[in-house]
Design a protein around this ligand. Structure first.
Ligand SMILES: [Zn+2]
Length: 348
């Protein structure tokens, strides 16, 4: 299959951390509207795109991918016009100094700043291992005072690290591949299934606030109450120096979609998915989670009286950094597996 990467490149560039997803959700809805019967936005900002099936008795199949990303929020502006901030979602503060940030400022104008860094010459103990906190850092937008800063940004403005997505062979590198790559996979899945006669209703959901423990997904699962939910997210690739298969698992870029196994996933349907991938020669990898996963699958599975949940993941190197790296071939195997699963109702 062909995979159109233009949505992913664009979506990666959008500044949309948890709680501020609307811009990326709107772009996704515009793409999805070609392939579904209706789209609704919910109070927490989820988008629910529904394609009704042609069966008389239909199941509800929900597919989710979170739209949010990690980011920063301005908490204080000092008299010299420096911005202080807190982190939205799980950020490694040590990777921040010396990076540029893009802030959605006053009137949504994009303001560029640098996260200040003390030169090594001036550090008291440059050899010591850094363990920074957000309050040790500041954003410099190159204004001389607070009034000038307030013309551009305000307390509560949000931003993300600057990063321009690019493609190198089959790899895509950039920020927010977690989880805009799954949003792009959903568009391809919807496009393929729009041409097929599916029995069941499909609810494609772009969820909000996953990075804050699945808050959007929790409400979506309750409202839709599906017979099956397929969660799409990224997972940690382990194919780079310093990783051990025993300790960290064995997940490789380009070796296929990752099927999650463990108590957070429905065992019976997961087995069916694995044998489907085997039978159709679709590349797949297995990842074991002994505990609840850190994905939307966690809250979805325990919504209402329990929802049968699958978790399929795209391997990603350097998660929660501006250089998240994924492989388009893995997106393709994910799309093939899901479209086969739904078209031929292998979950029954
Ligand atoms: Zn994610």
């Amino acid at each position: 299959m062909e995979f159109n990467t233009s949505f992913l490149k664009h979506a990666s560039s959008i500044i949309a951390p948890s709680g501020y997803e609307k811009e990326v959700v709107d772009v996704w809805c515009k793409e999805m509207s070609q392939y579904v019967d209706e789209i609704n936005l919910t109070n927490i900002g989820n988008a629910v795109a529904v394609k009704y099936g042609c069966g008389n008795i239909r199941k509800k199949i929900m597919i989710t991918a979170h739209a949010d990303e990690i980011g920063i929020i301005v908490t204080y502006i000092d008299n010299d016009g420096y911005l202080y901030f807190d982190e939205i979602g799980g950020i490694d503060t040590n990777i921040l100094p010396g990076r540029t940030v893009l802030i959605k400022g006053v009137d949504n104008r994009i303001i560029k700043g640098v996260i200040g860094v003390k030169p090594i010459h001036l550090q008291k103990d440059p050899g010591s291992k850094q363990s920074l906190n957000p309050e040790d850092l500041w954003i410099d937008i190159c204004v001389g005072n607070k009034d000038s800063a307030l013309e551009l940004v305000e307390v509560g403005s949000i931003g993300t690290l600057e990063s321009v997505a690019y493609q190198q062979s089959t790899k895509m590198i950039g920020k927010a591949m977690d989880n805009r790559c799954s949003l792009s996979a959903m568009i391809s899945i919807a496009q393929i299934l729009a041409e097929k006669k599916c029995i069941d209703d499909i609810y494609y959901v772009a969820t909000t606030q996953e990075e804050l423990r699945g808050r959007g997904a929790q409400t979506a699962a309750f409202a839709i109450n599906p017979d099956l939910c397929i969660v799409l997210d990224v997972t940690h690739a382990t194919d780079y120096p310093g990783m051990s298969p025993v300790r960290d698992g064995n997940i490789n870029l380009g070796k296929g979609v990752v099927v999650a196994i463990g108590p957070n996933m429905d065992n019976e349907i997961t087995k069916k998915v694995v044998s489907l991938a085997k039978n159709l020669n679709i590349n797949y990898q297995i990842e074991v989670f002994a505990r609840p996963t850190g994905t939307d699958a966690n809250v979805i599975q325990i919504s209402r009286d329990g929802i049968r949940t699958l978790l399929l993941s795209i391997p990603c190197r350097y998660m929660h950094s501006p250089v998240e790296t994924i492989d388009i071939e893995d997106l393709k195997s994910c799309c093939t597996l899901i479209t086969e699963l739904i078209e031929n109702r292998h979950y029954l």
